[in-house]
Design a protein around this ligand. Structure first.
Ligand SMILES: [Zn+2]
Length: 299
């Protein structure tokens, strides 16, 4: 009896699957994955959007940085309180993304650590086309990361950049341990990555000379966010310009991997860093690439 039931289930599954794939392969026009059928006219995917007009969700052309920040804060509050609404994650949103320009939708660029405890869209309760994300161990700002940020600000037109560090950061912890003499062998490509973090750890050690061992790590994590912002401003004249014109706001923040909460750092400190970089003769000056190696050549 059991055998007959199992065979029956297999047959039903196979027939169902076969029907659907058969229709897909015989579809000469447009296959609509949402309706799971072949459309009769030759049209784009957007014709199979059903429930609502997602074009209405476009970001206002000149979205105020404060409003974008407010949306991120509200999203994190929902995440922390267990009231996430998971916006823009349904089938309609996916299909729409294939035909839309992210530059009309994304409200923020976020650079953060690669750590798996920092799921960016989740912690801001955001979805498809909401956030332009740059991820790298230790949320450092080196050439590739700065290039990605410049794209997010100048081409995706996001009015906010969040430099997001996080508690318990392994990259910052490793550099702090090395600073205290606890070194171990590293793979060949790791040193050029973590050398971006070293100035932050040294500064934290100077500022908090009374602290020892792992007590220094939370301060090094904060300093590392400021360091990334300084490195960005030093090497990206176009970002400095967008901030000075008020088109973009750069903010530092720390994500708490235990509570899910984002703690926002003082915006006044970002302005101080920008002012100091403006006086630094070593800052990059040309906002545009003159050739493909511009970022490496100009210093
Ligand atoms: Zn990390």
């Amino acid at each position: 009896m059991k055998k007959i039931v199992s065979l029956l289930i297999c047959a039903i599954f196979f027939l169902g699957f076969g029907c659907s794939t058969g229709k897909y392969f015989s579809c000469k026009k447009s296959w609509c994955p949402l309706k799971k059928k072949c459309l009769t006219t030759s049209v784009s995917d957007s014709t199979c959007l059903m429930k609502k007009n997602l074009a209405d969700k476009r970001r206002p052309k000149e979205l105020c940085p404060m409003k974008a920040l407010k949306a991120l804060r509200a999203g994190n509050k929902r995440f922390v309180t267990g009231t996430s609404i998971h916006p823009n994650t349904d089938d309609d949103s996916l299909l729409h993304a294939g035909n839309a320009d992210q530059g009309d939708y994304a409200i923020a660029t976020v650079i953060t650590c690669s750590d798996s405890r920092v799921p960016v869209e989740r912690i801001f309760d955001a979805g498809v086309m909401d956030i332009f994300v740059v991820r790298v161990a230790g949320n450092v700002c080196d050439v590739d990361e700065i290039g990605s940020i410049e794209y997010g600000l100048a081409h995706v037109h996001t009015p906010v950049l969040v430099v997001l560090g996080h508690t318990k950061c392994g990259a910052v912890t490793a550099v702090t341990h090395a600073f205290h003499g606890k070194k171990h062998q590293l793979e060949r490509n790791i040193p050029p990555l973590i050398d971006n973090i070293e100035p932050a750890v040294k500064r934290a050690a100077t500022k908090y000379s009374n602290l020892h061992g792992d007590d220094l790590i939370p301060h090094a994590i904060v300093e590392n966010v400021w360091q990334s912002i300084e490195d960005l401003f030093m090497n990206s004249p176009s970002t400095r310009d967008l901030v000075k014109k008020g088109k973009v706001k750069v903010v530092g923040a720390i994500y708490n991997v235990t509570t899910g909460s984002v703690e926002w750092m003082p915006e006044s400190d970002v302005i101080k860093i920008l002012e100091n970089v403006g006086k630094n003769p070593n800052r990059a000056l040309n906002p545009y690439a003159t050739d493909k190696k511009a970022a490496h050549q100009e210093h």
